[in-house]
Design a protein around this ligand. Structure first.
Ligand code: PLP
Length: 423
């Protein structure tokens, strides 16, 4: 018992209050969302295809539809599916709904930032799809549009997947949609940038020609861990019904209802503060990149303003490679991830790839702005160029940033929250 309590206590104080959390796929929920995360829904079951197969689910059905409606309004479409338990499962559902064994798909290459689910090692592989990587320009870190159009028009894949895990510039959805057979479906995996899209600051995939968005609900979108599928409003209804059937009874059974109140609160907070949050995230990423670059780090794409997303990418081959650099930063309580860059091999991706990926979305939620980003760049310099350990400096610095921004003030709801478990 004591052991378990102490592990949680150590995790809470270390990662929440003593670290610079810069893993680009993570975030913190708002205090209000967090308070609503643990409720009676936590231990309940629901399974439905419109009508629940369980009893005792009237509020489970209601909360799911209320949250769904917030998403439907935001994306101006009736086609929203919030039951997938994660972004990876959303990809599985959509790819399974749109393809059959042996179909060809065009997707990003692993070392050009693909999520593993887009590749032969992940969902595409287990579904027996033949994955052909789209062409990528490693200098500009974007899809090579002309060659990819040529590729798609010659091999005529069943679907094209955009969106990636290493993701600094928008995808050329419109250019490619306009140049290929309209029957070829385009999926946009927004897992990383969903919060920026919600805030209106990255790109608008459904308006640019994507048929379906898949996403996680916990990266730049700072909700509970989960997944979602959103399709354009004029998608063939029969195809949407198939996606629903593959969701249930195909892949997801009980869909973990406890996520929904927190997801709904996050969505409402993003309606209110998402634009300001997304703008600050991008400003912070640019400020961090500029300062790192001026301190001599090999930050990717200086000629393009470094980044348009929450991520900053550094080539750290000359200072030990991604694995070693990320480990060294962790010893100073700076948490980033190693990533493969386009010149790596697939094997390097999981071993010692060339890069590190730095995300600023969580630090932005803790209230940090451009000046803090410049200070953080100096900390990177101390650790990686001067071989210093800055753990104490980091812990001290974090003391000023203990309140999550861009969310509803929890104090205002204290009385209401106190009544939630009254019985
Ligand atoms: C582009 C992309 N898609 C899908 C996923 C999988 O999301 P999840 O971890 O929610 O399953 C990730 C995870 O990092 C990702 O980066």
């Amino acid at each position: 018992m004591e052991k378990i309590l102490s592990i949680v206590e150590k995790q809470n104080s270390w990662r929440r209050y003593q670290c610079l959390n810069m893993v680009a796929s993570e975030n913190v929920m708002s205090p209000l969302a967090e308070r609503l995360y643990v409720s009676d829904f936590m231990g309940r079951y629901n399974e439905h295809n419109g009508e629940s197969h369980y009893q005792g689910t009237k509020y489970a059905m209601e909360i799911e539809y209320v949250v769904k409606e917030i998403f439907q309004k935001r994306f101006n479409t009736p086609y929203v599916e919030l039951r997938p338990l994660s972004g990876g499962i959303a990809n599985l559902i959509v790819m399974r709904s749109l393809t059959k064994i042996g179909d060809v798909i065009v997707s990003p290459k692993l070392t050009a930032g693909a999520h593993v689910s887009h590749t032969k090692y992940g969902v595409a592989g287990i579904l027996g799809l033949a994955e052909v990587p789209m062409y990528f320009d490693p200098q500009d870190m974007v899809v090579d549009v002309d060659r990819t159009i040529e590729l798609i028009n010659s091999i005529k894949p069943k679907l094209v997947i955009f969106g990636r895990s290493v993701f600094i510039f928008p995808e050329p959805v419109k250019e490619i949609r306009d140049a290929i057979d309209p029957k070829i479906k385009i999926i946009y995996d927004a897992a990383h940038v969903f919060g920026l899209i919600w805030g209106g600051k990255f790109q608008k995939p459904l308006l640019e020609g994507a048929d379906i968005i898949t996403t996680s609900t916990h990266k730049t979108f700072p909700g509970p861990q989960g997944g979602a599928i959103i399709a354009r409003k004029d998608l063939d209804e029969a195809l949407w019904r198939k996606i629903e059937r593959v969701t249930f009874p195909g892949v997801v059974y009980n869909h973990h209802m406890h996520r929904f109140p927190a997801l709904g609160i996050t969505a409402l907070e993003m309606n209110e503060y998402g634009e300001a949050y997304a703008s600050q995230v991008i400003r912070n990423a640019k400020a961090l990149a500029e300062e790192l670059y001026s301190l001599g780090f090999k930050v990717l794409c200086p000629h393009k303003g470094f980044t348009e997303s929450h991520q900053v990418l550094m080539d750290v081959r000359e200072i030990g490679g991604g694995r070693i650099v990320a480990k060294k930063l962790e010893e100073s309580n700076i948490i980033v991830t190693k990533v493969a860059l386009p010149w790596d091999s697939d094997k390097d991706a999981t071993h010692n790839p060339s890069g590190i990926r730095i995300g600023v979305q969580e630090l932005t939620r803790w209230g940090m702005k451009e000046s803090e980003m410049r200070y953080i760049a100096e900390l990177f310099h101390k650790v990686l160029h001067e071989d210093k350990n800055v753990k104490e400096e980091v812990t001290e610095f974090r003391k000023e940033f203990r309140e999550i921004k861009y969310c509803f003030p929890v104090d205002k709801y204290e009385d209401r929250l106190a009544r939630l478990f009254r019985g």
